[in-house]
Design a protein. Structure first.
Length: 550
């Protein structure tokens, strides 16, 4: 495999096209496989049909769909936050605990020997209500004012180092303009986000729709580390099964990665504090309730376009795959900087999912519709660099959401790479991919089924076999009735292999069930301990034998 894939779980390249090595007798165009299935897009149509906006019913709240804005003005493109009386008294285990709640308190010293219990929000308002921050030490001191329990544990060397290296003019802008504006946005939390936000808990399908302005306010609070009960990392703490949301861990890491992350995040806040987007975003946790007998499936593989040079985030209107961690966002607020973290940075609104999304179980995915891209970048991992603001012109649907749909599915981390061929793990990855691709298990029902745009899901650091993962995703997409656009992130040899295998399976008229049986046979060979033949070679060598027995 190409050296492009040695250290990562999925390669997202920058704006410039990757240099393509010369290929003898091969076209530099993306590889497309014809599809004879009626009603399915031809390969040359992939990426075009998705531009059609899906038809949606009127936006209405439901028992499994929380809407944080008034719904009646939406058709007129007016967004009004829902006002919830008594929001400060909400403190329930199934909802986000807000920093303005009356139950969020801390001890404050009033005299030499006397301490009073005070509302933490009052301390937050006093600490963040300054008109200007002179240095990042002022930011650190403000955050520690209402996080006194952690004041002696947290360090802000990453934040300080980033600012020290900035040009004086940029540093002045951030300290005197942007950071105060972010603080003002954070302090609007009781006004903008009074409706209780449910936690998206394990095995509880539910959707949340909120305004981009509400998301921005929540993220401003995350930046200033205001969310209560979200700082402990102990295994049995209240939110141990949720990702971290406060930014304190990011601030502690002095590195080039932290600087580039902060540049990307500040680009987002610079935009939203200057010109707030007027749209909605929907987050839905979906659960696959039934087990699929893959061996019995009669559907055939759908159309495929495979390309070594494309980028997932640039395929507008498609179902774009996030190679997720089970704790969504992975290391975006710490040191991680691969496919998922990059996507969460450039579509910064994705970070808010960490506030309310519990760890994904093996039969679950998270679907996010409507986030906006704010940054251009280049590179990957240590070479990642923020470049500039990105002007996202993706159209909006009738719910005022950008027509950008992202699905977070987490692959298994195979410490022993041969484990991935075991049937139990094959079925787990198939079920996970199908949960992400299938429209049937969505909280919000849809009939629109654009192509899945994906790549080497669960490869690189997770030691997945890219050839196997490509087949798994093609099988899941076939059962879900979706075409596939597959990017190999610079690996032209893999591009050619996947294209040829797809064509071979189509010529042989393989069903998904027959392909699963072939993978079962390969699994038995691998488990014997002496098998070294490439997966695709095995399939090609044994196809006629298997077809003759079925």
């Amino acid at each position: 495999m190409s050296s492009h894939r040695t250290h990562s779980e999925g390669r997202m390249e920058g704006n410039a096209k990757l240099p393509q090595p010369a290929r003898t007798g091969a076209s530099d165009q993306p590889r497309c496989s014809e599809n004879s299935n009626p009603g399915v897009a031809r390969p040359e149509q992939l990426g075009k049909l998705a531009q059609l906006r899906p038809e949606l019913p009127p936006l209405q709240p439901a028992p499994n769909h929380t809407i944080c804005v008034e719904v009646l003005p939406i058709p007129s493109e007016i967004i009004i936050p829902f006002e919830f009386p008594g929001a400060a008294d909400v403190w329930m285990p199934d909802y986000v605990k807000m920093p303005f709640a009356n139950y969020s308190t801390q001890t404050k010293k009033t005299t030499f020997l006397h301490h009073d219990e005070v509302r933490r929000w009052e301390v937050i308002k006093e600490a963040l209500g300054k008109t200007v921050f002179k240095t990042t030490k002022d930011v650190e001191n403000a955050i520690k004012e209402y996080n006194q329990k952690y004041a002696h544990l947290w360090n802000f060397s990453g934040l300080h180092t980033h600012f020290e290296k900035l040009p004086p003019g940029e540093r002045w802008y951030l300290l005197t303009n942007l950071l105060p504006n972010m603080a003002k946005l954070a302090l609007r939390l009781p006004e903008l986000c009074s409706k209780p936000i449910p936690l998206l808990k394990e095995q509880r399908p539910h959707a949340i729709t909120m305004a981009q302005e509400q998301v921005a306010c929540l993220l401003a609070n995350a930046f200033f580390c205001t969310f209560p009960h979200r700082n402990s990392t102990r295994p049995k703490s209240q939110y141990s099964n949720f990702p971290e949301i406060n930014f304190n861990r990011l601030f502690a890491i002095a590195s080039q990665r932290t600087s580039e992350k902060l540049k990307t995040i500040f680009c987002y806040f610079s935009k939203v504090t200057d010109d707030m987007p007027k749209g909605l975003i929907t987050f839905q946790r979906c659960c696959l309730r039934h087990i699929i007998d893959w061996k019995r499936l009669q559907c055939r593989l759908t159309s495929l376009r495979v390309d070594s040079g494309g980028k997932i985030e640039e395929e507008a209107g498609m179902l774009q795959v996030d190679f997720a961690s089970s704790l969504v966002g992975g290391g975006v607020l710490s040191s991680g900087l691969v496919q998922e973290e990059i996507r969460f940075l450039i579509n910064t609104e994705l970070i808010v999912t960490r506030l309310f999304t519990e760890r994904l179980a093996k039969n679950e995915c998270l679907v996010i519709t409507g986030t906006q891209r704010y940054s251009d970048y280049k590179g990957y991992s240590d070479s990642y660099r923020w470049l500039r603001y990105h002007n996202d012109e993706t159209p909006r649907d009738s719910w005022l959401r950008r027509c950008t749909e992202i699905v977070a599915i987490d692959a298994i981390n195979f410490y022993n790479p041969t484990d991935q061929y075991k049937t139990s793990f094959l079925e787990r990855e198939l079920q996970k991919a199908y949960c992400g691709f299938s429209p049937e298990d969505r909280v919000i029902a849809i009939s629109h089924k654009p192509a899945v745009v994906t790549g080497n899901w669960g490869c690189g650091a997770f030691k997945g076999d890219a050839k196997l993962k490509a087949l798994i995703q093609m099988m899941a997409a076939a059962q879900a009735g979706r075409d596939v656009i597959y990017f190999t992130f610079g690996d032209t040899a893999l591009e050619e292999s996947i294209h040829e295998m797809h064509q071979f399976l189509r010529r042989k008229d393989f069903t998904v069930g027959q392909l699963y049986s072939m993978l079962e046979r390969y699994s038995k060979k691998v488990s014997g301990g002496s098998w070294s033949r490439d997966l695709y070679q095995f399939i090609q060598s044994n196809a006629d034998c298997l077809k003759g027995r079925i």
